[in-house]
Design a protein around this ligand. Sequence first.
Ligand SMILES: [Zn+2]
Ligand SMILES: [Zn+2]
Length: 359
Amino acid sequence: MSQVQYVHTACPRCGKRMTYEGGKKALKCRNCGYKRELGINTDQVQNHPLTAGIRWGDFSKGMGLDLKAFKCGSCNAITTVFEKEEPGSCVFCNSKKWEESDQLKKVLEPYGMMPFIISQQSAIDKLKKYLNPKARFPLPSIKWWYPRGIHNILEKENLRGVFVPVIYADIFNRTTWSGKANFKTYQKQGNKYQEKRVLEPVSGYWENFFTEQFQGDSKGLANQFQEILPYKIGNAIPFKSAHLQSWPVELYQSKEVDILKKIDKRINKRIEREAKSRSKGEGMKDLKIQSEKFLITLRHVIVPVWVATYTYRGKRFQFLVNGQSGKLTGKKPLSFTRIGWTILLASIGMILTAWLISL
Ligand SMILES: [Zn+2]
Ligand SMILES: [Zn+2]
């Protein structure tokens, strides 16, 4: 996997694709010789948004011919099956309503995949521990407050493996800023020194290589996916459909440019924090930031998740285990009937005790 093929910045002079020279930290155009050094020089920083100048047409798309994709009619996730297979129930919501989808042709060819390291059995063991916390006196074991049947998620056929998509970006950034900030000074008044605050102009320069900035894009896991991050991209192996075994792959559905915009937003926050802390003074005002960002690499990686879905009173509860690190998340549904019984029995107990004492 050559890194060069993941560089998608266009030459500002001739529009051809630039290549990244890691050793020299520079972007170079092989067509016209234009070279953009990415570092050291603190000359005028131009405004160059992250999503500008990307040659989207150069990306290879698709995931091979031996897969086909279906969209779930209930949760809208698009997942793959092998060409000769039929989709069973949705790994995220158990629905069996499917329609065929052509999304496979639209996704970036995966740069890599992270294999399952956590076995199904150890994922089950982790979930078991999670569902059976030790009783905390004087409350009864919380276990009893779960709805009936929740322990079915610990059965092998109900804890299923799936690969979900993550977009990784390496971004080079140069930033200059200016503004005003408050500084403390001390003035002599009589024989005392008085503290005073003075607003002074500040400015600065910062450059940084943001590596492995990632953004998930799963419909099936929605926001819960955030809770089992991160994954280590260093452990990725080249993508091959043969490595999928029987596990489905979820396909991302947002446009790449919209995924990049989310990453960009996070980077802007970081840049602003950096500008404020490097300017030293307090209560920064009129902060003006000028920033150049170059997308060095953009990679689509699929990562492993164990998913168990449980439906209670029409509401869907998901339990997730990160297939690489074993990190676990999931909201435990509580049975109101059973909590009601607990309160009722406790009240009866209290009334009885009070009555017995009064005798
Ligand atoms: Zn050029
Ligand atoms: Zn579904």
